[in-house]
Structures are given as structure tokens and as C-alpha cells.
Design a protein around this ligand. Structure first.
Ligand SMILES: Cc1cc2nc3c(=O)[nH]c(=O)nc-3n(C[C@H](O)[C@H](O)[C@H](O)COP(=O)(O)O)c2cc1C
Length: 201
């Protein structure tokens, strides 16, 4: 990958690649680290990027509404995303305000559009994080047999949520043979645009 010299190009590239990743399993930015603020320590976990909407500055993933991260967001809505592409040498960090969507049109649409195979985990009746006597996925038999149908996963809708983040800061670092370099973009609400600057890596 060439060195980029335009901040606009960097910003557009970040959003373009995130949009592509949200549609393409196997894309290097498809699996991202999502961070929440817990009481006294940052909490990180891997999630599947399901949506990236540049015009709305929005990223989203699916989750179990009973999971810990949902509680963290309820207490403190600040959230971070992190991605690393080893092929291009790019690190992307995004920060923003998270919201949890349970029974609104946004969550309904994502539930409808998703293949049943990706929704099987929401059929768990036990709450994520509950201690078990032995290793087990805690899934009912109906979603263990392939092919899984929409009817098999339907009961999981009550556990399903979509977590969105409206991004207000983007950090980008490119490791390059000719020299590492880095950019930061901060959303300016008055200008309704990201303001970018190069920064020391
Ligand atoms: C490859 C991979 C993809 C994952 N995708 C998601 C996801 O899209 N949504 C999600 O809630 N958890 C996902 N998980 C599980 C989370 O990393 C985490 O273990 C779980 O959500 C519980 O997190 P919490 O207790 O902090 O809420 C994924 C884990 C892996 C390893």
C-alpha cells in the first residue's frame, strides 16, 4: 500500500473499508475489538462488524441484551473500537457514544436481514456469563441441527440487541517501510464534519 498524503483520503478510506468489512466475512476489519467502560477497568471483546454507515458516522454489531457490555453502556455510553490489518499495516481506532437497540425498527431490521445461522446464540435461556459445572454452549437442541430455520431461532428475538456507536473520533496509524505516520480526526458538531490532523506516531 502506498503512503497516503491527503487527510481526506485517509478519512474516506477508513469509512470505505469499514463499510466493505461490514458486508464481507473474512475482511481484515470484519472482526473488531469493542471496548466499554466498566466500573474500574476497560473491558474489551471481539465482535463482528455488521454495519458501517459513513453518512451517519455509525458502526453496529449484534449482541445478547443480557450480556455485560450492555450494562456497561447503560452506565457509561462511551465506547471504543479497534482494528488491525496486517496486510496493509493499518491500525484503526474509533471512539464514540453507544446506544442499545432492543425492540425498535433498527433491531427488527437487523434481525430480519440476518441468516438464522448467525442468530442461533440468542436462543440461550441462560444469561451469558452464568457459571456452569462443565464446558457447554448452553444452546437448545433446535439450533444445533443443521439447517437452522428462522422458526428455530425465533424465540431468540427477546434476547437480541443491536449496539450502535456514533463515532466522534478516529485514530489511524500506518506502518510503512518509508516511515510510520499517523492521523487523528475529531468530529466538529458545528461544522458537521471531521477535522483531521497528522500527529506523531
Ligand atoms: C470471533 C468472535 C466474534 C464474536 N462476535 C461477537 C458479536 O458480534 N457480538 C457479541 O456480542 N459477542 C461476540 N463475540 C463474543 C464476545 O467476544 C464476548 O465474549 C461476549 O460478547 C461477552 O462479552 P461481555 O461479557 O463483555 O458482554 C465474539 C467472539 C469472537 C471470538
Amino acid at each position: 500500500m502506498n503512503r497516503l498524503t491527503s487527510l481526506d483520503e485517509v478519512r474516506e478510506r477508513v469509512w470505505r473499508r469499514l463499510s466493505k468489512a461490514a458486508d464481507k466475512p473474512g475482511h481484515p476489519l470484519r472482526l473488531l475489538t469493542f471496548g466499554t467502560v466498566a466500573a474500574d477497568t476497560p473491558q474489551l471483546r471481539t465482535v463482528v462488524l455488521r454495519e458501517a454507515v459513513p453518512a451517519a458516522r455509525r458502526l453496529a454489531f449484534h449482541s445478547d441484551r443480557r450480556s455485560q457490555k450492555i450494562e456497561h453502556i447503560r452506565t457509561n455510553n462511551r465506547a471504543s473500537w479497534l482494528g488491525w490489518d496486517p496486510e496493509t499495516g493499518e491500525q484503526v481506532r474509533l471512539r464514540g457514544a453507544a446506544t442499545v437497540h432492543r425492540d425498535d425498527e433498527g433491531a427488527d431490521a437487523m434481525w430480519r436481514e440476518e441468516a438464522p445461522r448467525s442468530l442461533d446464540v440468542y436462543r440461550r435461556t441462560a444469561v451469558p456469563g452464568t457459571p456452569l459445572d462443565a464446558p457447554d454452549d448452553a444452546l437448545p437442541a433446535a439450533v444445533k441441527d443443521a439447517p437452522i430455520t428462522r422458526a428455530d431461532v425465533a424465540e431468540g428475538r427477546t434476547h437480541f440487541a443491536v449496539v450502535r456507536t456514533i463515532i466522534d473520533e478516529i485514530g489511524w496509524l500506518h506502518l510503512h517501510a518509508d516511515g510510520h505516520y499517523r492521523a487523528r480526526f475529531t468530529y466538529d458538531a458545528d461544522a458537521a464534519a471531521f477535522e483531521g490532523t497528522w500527529i506523531v506516531p
